[in-house]
Design a protein around this ligand. Structure first.
Ligand SMILES: Cc1ncc(C[n+]2csc(CCOP(=O)(O)OP(=O)(O)O)c2C)c(N)n1
Ligand code: SF4
Ligand SMILES: [Mg+2]
Length: 348
């Protein structure tokens, strides 16, 4: 029998020396097979692969099964579980107070498009620099499966009740109101969702990702348009999404007629291979048209619909200072009587 000591296996780390374990969270309490669990996995992998320091991230959410999920990844990050539908205002305030943090919002279709739609629209029009993920299952999972505002007309509940109200298309809303990175993915498509999340981390401005995420307990039956089966049969990718990070700059030859390379702020590139001739992700009107056509044909279009890397984000628009407000020296936050008098003279 050999007595040679075993060499310890090298532990894989990312570019800041952390292991994937450093990005894990608590054990999930969601149902086995819930799409939200797959999204949590993709999120933690994307932050690990991009080498983002977990302590530099704030995870924001509202109320719902989806909004519980930030507890199941990146437990070293900051986290705020707000009131139902009120995450956008809390997230906006937190970012204004400290724009050095990366903000990740996780919400549900009910939290965002039903009770929270009044807050959500203002986040979009402000281009608040954050990633906002809607884990979209078409129902209020946490309260036992009532239709949400993203349920399609004609889809049915398990009880046979038919939805007669038109769905809010979260992506169309986001494009129309000013979000600067808008895409739809399916929780079951690992490759597509991972690439979109990594590109989202590299973007500056509001990223809205509508991720179809089946609720296996209340909305995975025949008659649902948010079930695994429906997505497997009706998911139509408009582009193949790939992401080339700046720190991993591999030059690959590609066909410029079919592939678009979008440069991101940090030097990385979002690489989109067109699967449709009419696909132009920089044209809002065309993106909206595409989404409307998708509704008419009953297909669920996925991919990046719209991207604008030039628009000012909300912190730039407000000319916010770079430092966290809590660390500003007293003389900068209390400019004194002379400054106030001079200011008042401007208005007199
Ligand atoms: C002000 C308020 N109204 C209603 C509720 C009850 N409620 C909790 S979660 C929820 C819906 C959640 O649906 P969604 O955001 O789609 O998340 P899911 O559970 O489907 O992931 C509702 C109506 C609440 N908690 N607070
Ligand atoms: S009820 Fe639905 S949304 Fe909630 S954890 Fe279970 S499968 Fe997921
Ligand atoms: Mg839901």
């Amino acid at each position: 029998m050999s007595t040679a000591p075993m060499t310890p296996k090298a532990v894989k780390t990312n570019r800041i020396g952390l292991q994937v374990l450093d990005y894990r969270g608590g054990k999930t309490t969601l149902c086995a097979g819930c799409g939200h669990n797959a999204i949590s996995e993709r999120i933690l992998e994307a932050f690990y692969e991009m080498g983002v320091q977990p302590e530099r991230v704030m995870k924001m959410s509202g109320i719902g099964c989806s909004s519980k999920s930030p507890a199941y990844f990146m437990s070293r990050s900051f986290s705020f579980n707000s009131v139902h539908g009120r995450m956008p205002s809390v997230a906006t305030g937190a970012l204004l107070a400290n724009k050095t943090m990366r903000s990740l919002g996780v919400s549900g279709d009910g939290d965002t498009a039903s009770i929270g739609v009044g807050q959500f629209v203002h986040l979009l029009r402000r281009n608040v620099p954050m990633i906002y993920i809607v884990e979209d299952n078409g129902v209020y999972g946490l309260t036992k499966g009532q239709f949400s505002a993203t349920a399609d007309v004609g889809s049915t509940l398990q009880t046979g009740v038919v939805n007669e109200l038109p769905a809010i298309d979260i992506c169309a809303l986001a494009i129309q109101l000013g979000a600067t990175f808008v895409g739809r993915a399916f929780s079951g498509d690992k490759k597509q969702l991972s690439a979109m999340l990594k590109a989202a981390i590299a973007h500056r401005g509001t990223v809205l990702l509508d991720v179809i995420s089946p609720c296996v307990t209340f909305n995975d039956h025949e008659g649902s348009t948010k079930s695994y089966k429906y997505m497997q049969e009706h998911d139509e990718e408009i582009c193949e999404v790939d992401f080339v990070p700046s720190f991993d700059d591999i030059t690959v030859d590609y066909d410029h007629d079919t592939t678009l390379d979008v440069p991101m702020h940090d030097g990385s590139r979002l690489r989109l291979r067109k699967l449709r001739e009419d696909y132009v992700p920089s044209n809002r009107a065309q993106a909206l048209n595409l989404l409307m056509e998708g509704h008419d044909s009953g297909e669920v279009l996925t991919g990046v619909f719209y991207i604008d890397t030039q628009k000012q984000d909300f912190t730039e628009l407000l000319n916010m200072v770079d430092e966290p407000l809590a660390t500003l020296a007293a003389e900068r936050v209390r400019p004194g009587r002379e400054v106030l008098t001079a200011l008042m003279q401007i208005y007199s």
